[in-house]
Write a protein that binds this ligand. Structure first.
Ligand code: ATR
Length: 271
């Protein structure tokens, strides 16, 4: 039977994953397809049964099912256990369905070269922040401060993951010159969201790196602000592509070309 892969979520029509994976499958000469599947609220368990029954070889999981899917899988890898969320499901040779999380590692790969022993400021304390904090720790980066609109959620992240420390947004802004990497993980700046800046950047360190996980628009108001200070900026497209490339390599045993895909998607999104 021809192999097939999928991405499940709600909404799903905006997902760039089908375009990306179909292109990689084609250029790798793998005879398979990758389709988006809208899963209605309350139908996740049935959808997972369906995917297994219909021979899906592996799938991505996006909002709002990354946590909810865990009880329906046979095994959860350490990456997903630590984060408490799955974005990639792999079918093993003995037909077991294993959940992984490639988001955080994908983000780190998208950063490119970074200074050694960096001091990191994470803005936001939701699922994306969790994934990135976990992956930073796994890659030996432990000087992490987390600032969030709701301070208690930053404290919860720190306690759950035994990572870094929580800091008030205002304090982070006041001592911004300390941070080598600043990572914006909230939906602020996304199209159709309010366009307030999470923090002001006037105290930013020279040669700091400013990353935003949002990729629509490619340049968020936060990144636009950062460019005024002549620092390196990174948008969320790299994270999207690298998390996908890691998933692709789990499924197919080959690493696809991420850099070329970032260029193609940048063009497609009008960058
Ligand atoms: P995800 O799991 O996709 O990261 P989430 O769990 O909804 O999304 O988390 C969103 C994060 O963005 C949270 O840190 C949230 O802050 P709160 O803990 O205070 O809710 C933050 N966030 C969302 N919208 C925001 C806004 N308009 N301004 C500031 N922070 C926002």
């Amino acid at each position: 039977m021809k192999k097939w892969f999928a991405v499940i979520g709600n909404p799903i029509s905006h997902s760039l994953s089908p375009f990306m994976h179909e292109a990689w499958l084609k250029e790798s000469n793998i005879d398979a397809s990758y389709i988006p599947i809208l899963v209605e609220e309350g139908k996740l368990e049935e959808a997972v049964k369906g995917l297994k029954l219909l021979g899906c070889s592996g799938w991505n999981v996006t909002v709002p099912y990354k946590k909810e899917i865990i009880p329906f899988l046979d095994e959860i890898d350490d990456s997903a256990k630590g984060i408490g969320a799955v974005n990639t499901v792999v079918k093993s040779e003995d037909n077991r369905f294993i959940g992984y999380n490639t988001d955080g590692l994908g983000f780190i790969q998208s950063l490119g070269p970074i200074p050694s022993k960096p001091l990191v400021l994470l803005l936001g304390a939701g699922g994306a922040s969790r994934g990135i904090a976990h992956a930073l720790k796994q890659s030996g980066i432990s000087n992490i401060f987390i600032a969030n609109r709701t301070h208690a959620n930053a404290e919860r992240l720190v306690n759950d993951l035994k990572i870094g420390q929580a800091i008030e947004l205002q304090e982070a802004e006041g001592r911004l010159y300390d941070f080598d990497i600043i990572i914006q993980t909230t939906p602020q700046g996304m199209k159709n969201q309010e366009n307030t800046l999470p923090i002001h950047l006037h105290k930013i360190k020279e040669h700091a790196i400013v990353a935003d996980i949002v990729y629509n628009p490619l340049v968020t108001p936060f990144l636009e602000e950062a460019t005024k200070y002549n620092v390196r900026t990174i948008n969320g497209l790299g994270m999207l592509v690298h998390q996908g490339a890691i998933a692709f390599s789990y499924w197919n045993g080959i690493k696809p070309n991420s850099d070329k895909m970032v260029e193609r998607l940048t063009e497609q999104l009008g960058g």
